[in-house]
Write a protein that binds this ligand. Structure first.
Ligand code: SAH
Length: 507
């Protein structure tokens, strides 16, 4: 097959990659086409040819897929934040379910029959837009030199002006327009990455969905020597404007003078109102279509706190984890990778004792404060790596586990951590994952070590994107000593190398 760059071809999109690109095939040779949707017949321009596959650009949709919808955002192709906005929401959910299913089969090596048996329908959203409680907008200037806010185009750092992202709350636009107006009126310069000059770098906006409280944090390139009493020029004018926003609760600046890509600086100064906003996550009954169970846990959130960005789905995710944990009030529960203790505090009321482990010290400080504010006395938190804290507490201090919950970052659990979990032999393990490829790898290790996957359910925390969260329940095959003995002495077959998400979803 000899294809050439810039060649125009007509292809049927028969499949999709886990990253949301359409796959067209000509005589079995695949073309990866961004923005094409399964079911489209499309004209494409070849952009790169490799030995076994090629990339193409979508030139024209000749016959649209039955799953194609009008995207809400005019920038969705340029922005890259929403990879599958032009796909119907129902089809997005199906796409995500298949992604989890395929990873369990191809990476985890689980039999398709088992996967079909344990997988429950993915939990979608009723309103799949405006779900994010947090937005971070870069600030720059346009060709005329006016301040602008928007998003970085593709893989560049060029800002495309757009203050109205349809995943965020409606207040974002109003707040950003106020900040841009203030900058223009008072000649406050935007930060320029190439020179390291200018002041305003980013704007962080957060909203507590239950409390309604709003937080604005301006990330500024303020060098020590320039510092006056105020952090911003004409600071009171900005505060006067922002405080007209309903429920404005906290306005702060974060000082970041580094040239690196990190958005937030370490230093935060509140310039108006409180240091934190509050939000409450309510417990729901996952076995009864997530009906409200009445009680909730309230969290204080600072500009630097990690907090799940989709609060509506977070309630469902945590409620599912609680249900899979099967607590009766007598259990010792570990919550590994606990962040600010959200899952730990969610579980605490139904457990005898909860232990949380998290690598970021500030997050553990937040977790302790949150436990105290909610009157929770049976939660204890450790700062450190899960793979170091867990073996230490188990082997040196003899702390056991009836249930272990893990919610690791994308790279999954460390081998040492999985090995210790097997040694501790809890009755149940609940695995919450944001990457089903590493989830599948880790489940294989746990199942080879004596556990059985009982339930798996996807939760759509990020509609319009290709990401999917998964919750799994594992049970120890039985409490038979011989199995536990085997587990303890077993050498774990853990693959260190990065596991790539498998390519084709429907192939
Ligand atoms: N369960 C929390 C946070 C999940 S995000 C919530 O739902 O809010 C994963 C967390 O794991 C992050 O807070 C990250 O800082 C932490 N983390 C990353 N590597 C870790 C490690 N090796 N040991 C412990 N925590 C780690």
């Amino acid at each position: 097959m000899n294809y050439e760059k810039n060649q125009i071809l007509t292809v049927e999109i028969v499949d999709m990659t886990s990253e949301g690109e359409g796959i067209g095939k000509l005589d079995g040779y695949p073309f990866f086409v961004k923005d094409a949707i399964i079911g489209d017949k499309a004209q494409i321009r070849v952009t790169k040819v490799k030995k076994n596959y090629a990339y193409g650009r979508l030139e024209k949709v000749l016959t649209p897929s039955p799953f194609r919808v009008d995207a809400k955002c005019v920038f969705h192709k340029k922005c890259g934040g929403c990879q599958i906005q032009a796909m119907s929401y129902q089809r997005q959910l199906q796409f995500k379910e298949s992604k989890v299913r395929n990873n369990l089969i191809r990476i985890g090596g689980f039999a398709p029959e088992l996967v079909n048996k344990v997988m429950e329908p993915i939990v979608g959203m009723e309103e799949p837009f405006h779900y994010r409680n947090k937005a971070q907008y870069p600030i720059g200037k346009d060709k005329e030199g006016n301040p602008t806010a928007g998003f970085y185009a593709g893989r560049t750092h060029d800002i495309i002006a757009n203050t109205d992202c349809c995943l965020g709350v409606k207040e974002n636009q109003q707040i950003l327009e106020m900040i841009l107006f203030y900058m223009k009126e008072n000649h406050v310069p935007a930060y320029d990455e190439s020179t390291g000059k200018g002041l305003i770098r980013h704007v962080l906006i957060r909203k507590g969905f239950q409390s309604g409280e709003m937080m604005v944090c301006l990330i500024i390139n303020l060098k020590e020597k320039n510092r006056t009493h105020d952090y911003l020029p004409a600071q009171s004018k900005l505060i006067d404007a922002l405080t007209t926003i309903k429920n404005m609760t906290s306005i702060s600046v974060s000082i970041n003078t580094e040239k690196a890509n990190t958005i937030m600086g370490k230093e935060i100064h509140t310039i108006w109102g409180k240091d934190t906003i509050e939000d409450t996550i309510f417990v729901r009954d996952a076995e009864k279509e997530f009906a409200s169970a009445g009680r909730g846990v309230t969290f204080a959130i600072s500009p630097l706190s990690f907090y799940q960005v989709n609060p509506v789905q977070t309630e469902k995710l945590y409620s599912l984890a609680l249900s899979y944990a099967g607590l009766t009030g007598k259990e010792v529960v570990w919550d590994l990778y606990c962040g600010i203790g959200t899952i730990s505090l969610f579980l605490a009321e139904n457990a005898k004792q909860v232990y949380g482990v998290e690598i970021v010290p500030q997050a553990i400080e937040d977790a302790k404060r949150n436990a105290e504010n909610n009157g929770i006395k049976n939660a204890r938190f450790f700062v450190g790596k899960a793979e170091e804290v867990l073996p230490k507490q188990f082997e040196e201090n003899g702390i056991s586990a009836d249930v272990i919950v893990v919610d690791p970052p994308r790279k999954g659990c460390d081998a040492e951590c999985l090995e210790t979990m097997l040694k501790m032999a809890p009755d149940r393990i609940v695995y919450v994952s944001c990457d089903s490829a590493t989830l599948a790898r880790d489940l294989r290790v746990l199942c080879d070590g004596g556990y059985e996957v009982k339930r798996v359910r996807g939760v759509d925390m990020f509609p319009m994107t290709v990401h999917v969260e998964t919750v799994c329940q594992l049970m120890r095959k039985d409490a038979d000593d011989s199995i536990v003995g085997n587990v303890v002495n077993r050498k774990i077959n853990y693959r260190e190398e990065e596991i790539l998400d498998c390519g084709c979803i429907y192939g």
